[in-house]
Design a protein around this ligand. Structure first.
Ligand code: NAD
Length: 294
């Protein structure tokens, strides 16, 4: 199949590479030339704009930072909808606000383009392995048509509801991940300050009820003071802002999310927005005077 891919950052690169490995033709576009060059070296073809990608491809995938980027790439000048033919399918795999997905979906519908929102969880390692969890919103028929393509990039591909439901599910995921990382940093800082080695604490508790995928991935990073992304603090701020806005819209209070958001904001203003979200350990180091790592 010929698949357009727009947005070849940390996640988009390995996802597009897996599509190529599975025998698809990929037509790529990104505003950063080196990102396009990388995937062209892997066998993709480059296009000069989002419009040019859509002119060539019956399926276009977008993997961009946030709602404004997806809106401009799809609905803006020289965007996907300028080049799309009727019947084209747009699969937006970015993590954006559910209301933005629905707005983009309406613009697609007006042009006879079908759309799914299909954000992912799992980060760069799972994008490389093709084992992402993919949360999808949209029509069942379009979902069934795209499922084999999504299964190249992920092992769990679940239809969560109508358009926007994929991103609502992703927001729930991001709230849980943020809260987990924050309490992990809090607990490890306490252990260190009380004189118990955080590595020993990790080994002792990871198999018990407190153990989690988050703990396995992030405790070693905190212990090594390695905050290379991974998933950047600034992207998590974006997700929690979308979560808070969505929660306020439906009247569902999110006091825990707001607390962690303030910690992330503090790190952002300390110049750490590009650090991995396990950098919440750096917030605790600042307020406690104790680093988890050496
Ligand atoms: P990234 O910043 O590494 O990549 C985004 C890419 O989009 C960049 O290459 C950028 O140049 C490109 N881009 C931006 N504006 C563009 C435009 N107008 N036209 C064309 N290209 C444009 O981000 P990422 O880490 O790959 O994340 C992408 C999405 O996936 C985000 O919504 C993020 O929240 C989500 N996500 C990321 C991770 C992770 O661990 N990194 C995990 C799950 C979900």
């Amino acid at each position: 199949m010929k698949i357009g891919f727009i947005g070849l950052g940390i996640m988009g690169k390995p996802m597009a590479k897996n599509l190529l490995k599975a025998g698809n033709d990929v037509v790529a576009f990104d505003i950063i030339k080196e990102n396009v060059d990388y995937i062209v070296a892997e066998g993709a073809k480059s296009a000069s704009s989002a419009k040019a990608v859509a002119e060539e491809c019956p399926v276009v995938i977008t993997m961009l930072p946030n709602s404004p980027h997806v809106k401009s790439v799809v609905m803006g000048q020289n965007g996907v909808l300028d080049g799309a033919s009727e019947g084209m399918i747009l699969v937006d795999m970015s993590s954006i606000a559910p209301l933005a997905s629905q707005e983009i979906g309406r613009a697609c519908e007006a042009k006879g383009v079908k759309m799914l929102d299909a954000p992912v969880s799992g980060g760069e390692p799972k994008a490389i392995d093709g084992t992402l969890s993919i949360m999808v919103g949209g029509d069942k028929e379009v979902f069934n048509e795209m499922k084999p393509v999504l299964e190249i990039m992920g092992t769990s591909v679940v239809l969560c509801g109508a358009l926007g439901a994929g991103n609502t599910t992703k927001l729930a995921n991001q709230i849980i991940v943020a809260g987990n990382i924050a309490v992990l940093a809090e607990a490890m800082t306490l252990a260190k300050k009380a004189g118990v080695d955080p590595e020993t604490v990790f080994q002792a508790i990871k198999g018990g009820l407190a153990g989690s995928t988050v703990m396995n991935a992030k405790a070693p990073m905190m212990i090594e003071s390695n905050f290379n992304p991974g998933f950047k603090i600034d992207l998590h701020i974006k997700d929690l802002n979308n979560a808070i806005e969505t929660a306020h819209g439906v009247g569902s209070p999110v006091p825990m999310t707001v607390q962690v958001q303030e910690m992330f904001e503090n790190l952002h203003f300390d110049g750490k927005g590009q650090h991995d979200h396990s950098g919440l350990a750096e917030y605790y180091a600042k307020i406690s005077g104790t680093k988890i790592g050496d």
